[in-house]
Design a protein around this ligand. Sequence first.
Ligand SMILES: [Zn+2]
Length: 428
Amino acid sequence: MDLIFRKANLPDGRTGIDVGIEQDRIVAVESGLRAHAAQEIDAEGRLLSPPFVDAHFHLDAALSLGLLRMNRSGTLLEGIALWGELKPHLSQEAVVARALAYCDMAVAQGLLAIRSHVDVCDDRLLAVEALLEVKRRVAPYLDLQLVAFPQDGFYRSPNAEGNLLRALDLGVEVVGGIPHYERTMAEGSTSVRRLCEIAAERGLLVDMHCDESDDPYSRHIEQLAAEAKRLGLAGRVTGSHLTSMHSMDNYYVSKLLPLIAEAGVAAIANPLINITLQGRHDTYPKRRGMTRVPELMVAGVRVAFGHDCVMDPWYALGSADMLEVAHMAIHVGHLTALDAIEACYDAITTNGAEILHLDGYGIFPGARADAVLLQAADPFEAIRLKATRLIVMRAGKIVARTSEKFTALNLSHRPETVTLNFRPGSIA
Ligand SMILES: [Zn+2]
């Protein structure tokens, strides 16, 4: 074998596991593996996880913060307006350079698969061409999946339909939408219907920004689920954001959740962005805005989390850290029980991989040898510490490495280093 990780913990709770790798594949996952490898790494009870997956991002806008001006109100609508001001000033070289810099950051954070929406409401399709170029360049180390996203409205923006079809012809592989930004609820519904038909005709996946508002009467996810059912698209359609569900009437939601589950539609919450963009028109109490993550999970809906934005017109912070995303989801969604925390880990790993239809994702014989070794024992500790990524591996090759983090202490009668890695119940 080429490489063996010894005595690793896995996200499913198994401990002391050896993981053997030949070329770009995992070939053995067992305890006490009787084999030798050119390189052996003692994981010493640390978590060896499949890489993080960001199921919802905007790579064309990432790292553009501070160009022209800042978003003063902090609202989605001012963000869209600011992005519209920026668009004529974008150059393909600059979009490519910022996107590649972000992908470097992602690799260092163990984030090796990103679904990025790309704005098609620009007759030059500059961002589309830039991100297709980035997709080709990062392919050896990062799976970048692109969604044709009519940012200014499929009907509201004059050439959006033609531009979206051109973007799909160029190789963008997922159909996006933004029904809550169309002029009327009715036009939003029509856009959902038309976009799902385009996806069905072309055999493509669907991922729509849906009901990204605090409007309790926004109903586009209902329409999306109905279209998925009508067109036989179960397992191929995702509703992103769904923040209006936070504000909906409980009775209506009790009917809506089973409909989403029955239609096989997945949901993506973007906790960092939902908690900051939503509730901006509230005084007090201020709504949190994140969709009903625990209730969706209980209803059997596949839920993943996205980072959505990093240093762009909508969000000033972020560092490609999906553990930070899960950490925020836990707080915003009251997901503090141990099994809920573990479910949030799935939402930044396996659930995203399933939504993106990634092949060979996971730690099992036959999987592609993609993994991240964390300075943590399990998913709970990984999220609690936003743990250091010690080793990031892609197709059997180590693509990032970070030293373990320890802080030297200078205290009398205390140890010289501090450890943050405490297990529940480990201190008597
Ligand atoms: Zn988005």
